[in-house]
Each structure stands twice: as structure tokens, then as C-alpha cells.
Design a protein around this ligand. Structure first.
Ligand SMILES: [Zn+2]
Length: 199
């Protein structure tokens, strides 16, 4: 029985790393674009800006309330602040599987009658529902989630790359053929006379 395993080639590692990163990005973006409206899980009054999931913008007042909503595909955080009777709303979306890997942020101010909008993300024109802001494709990376997701999806790409040739090599080995080139090795002990692979 010949060896059926082969060291993982640099090309496959390269394809897996790139594929893992691309899949992580695609899954996060498709989740935001197509996921149903997240279901609110709980609302908590928060008195400190330090409790927000992102650092507030410079001069941002402390939040007076917030709601987390989530489904399988994404987490959505909406928070409200108040200063001098003006309302400030922040909408933060995190997406990615199995961990949240990317984040978009939308900050809306209505201060002294001059509404301002700050966003970090790519606007899609879609909305989650009437009361919530637009769906922004996230452009900010969450380091831990990004690494975990890229590893997971990279492993999937690696498996998909390796499985077909592994099955072929096992079948050749069982049939007494050279695992590398398929030459019939019955009655030819030692190295393959065709490609010189050790039997
Ligand atoms: Zn051979």
C-alpha cells in the first residue's frame, strides 16, 4: 500500500487563506444585505459611554438607553443620547459567522436644527424596517472575529481543495495503481516506472 497523504502544497495554503478572507467578507455582507430584521433581545439603560460597544465620537453625549437586536446572521445595537433637548441616535451592526467579524456604524445627530449624518459602511439603500436606519455593508474589521472566521472558512476551502485528490489517491492505492500518476504497479515493486514515485 503506497502513501496516500501528501504535504499540503503552498498553492493550496495560499488559495485557502485568500478564500477564507473572501468568504468571511462575503458572508458578513450578504448577512447584512439579506438577513431578516433582527429581533430585539433586551434593552438596558446605560449611563456610561464606556458601556457602548464602540468608542463614541468626539463630543458625543453619554447614552441614555440602548437596545440589542439579533438573529442568526447579525447583531444590531441602537442607542440614544440626549443633550439640550436634542436626540442623538447611533446604529451599530455586527455581522459574520461563526463570529461577528465586521461592523458598520451610523450616527445621526439633530443638534440645533442641523441634522448631521456620520456613517462608516457602504450604503445599500435597504432598510431593516421603518424605524431603523439603512443597512450599511460593514467596512470595519473586528480583529478576533475576523481571524476566527477566516480560519474556519479557510479550512473549509482547504478541505474542498484536498478532498477530490485524496479520494483519487486512496482509490488508486486500493487498486494497486501509482497514487501519483495512476500507472499499474502490479508486478512492479519499488518505485513507479512511469513517474518514479515510491510505491
Ligand atoms: Zn507513477
Amino acid at each position: 500500500m503506497g502513501r496516500v497523504d501528501r504535504p499540503v502544497s503552498p498553492l493550496r495554503v495560499f488559495v485557502s487563506v485568500i478564500g477564507g478572507c473572501l468568504l468571511t467578507l462575503l458572508i458578513a455582507w450578504m448577512s447584512v444585505a439579506w438577513a431578516p430584521t433582527p429581533v430585539p433581545t433586551y434593552g438596558v439603560p446605560q449611563s456610561s459611554a464606556a458601556e457602548w460597544p464602540v468608542a463614541p465620537l468626539a463630543g458625543w453625549p453619554a447614552p441614555i438607553g440602548s437596545v440589542w437586536a439579533r438573529n442568526r446572521w447579525m447583531d444590531q445595537y441602537s442607542g440614544t443620547s440626549e443633550r439640550a433637548g436634542a436626540r442623538y441616535i447611533a446604529l451599530i451592526i455586527r455581522a459574520g459567522l461563526p463570529m461577528r467579524a465586521m461592523q458598520s456604524e451610523l450616527w445621526m445627530m439633530d443638534d440645533s436644527g442641523r441634522p448631521q449624518l456620520t456613517q462608516r459602511g457602504i450604503a445599500t439603500g435597504l432598510r431593516h424596517d421603518r424605524n431603523l436606519g439603512p443597512r450599511l455593508l460593514p467596512t470595519r474589521f473586528l480583529p478576533l472575529g475576523w481571524i476566527v472566521d477566516s480560519l474556519v472558512w479557510g479550512a473549509v476551502v482547504m478541505a474542498l481543495c484536498c478532498v477530490p485528490s485524496m479520494i483519487r489517491r486512496r482509490r488508486r492505492s486500493r487498486c494497486g495503481l501509482c497514487t501519483r500518476c495512476g500507472y499499474d504497479l502490479r508486478g512492479a515493486p519499488g518505485a513507479c516506472p512511469e513517474c518514479a514515485a515510491p510505491a
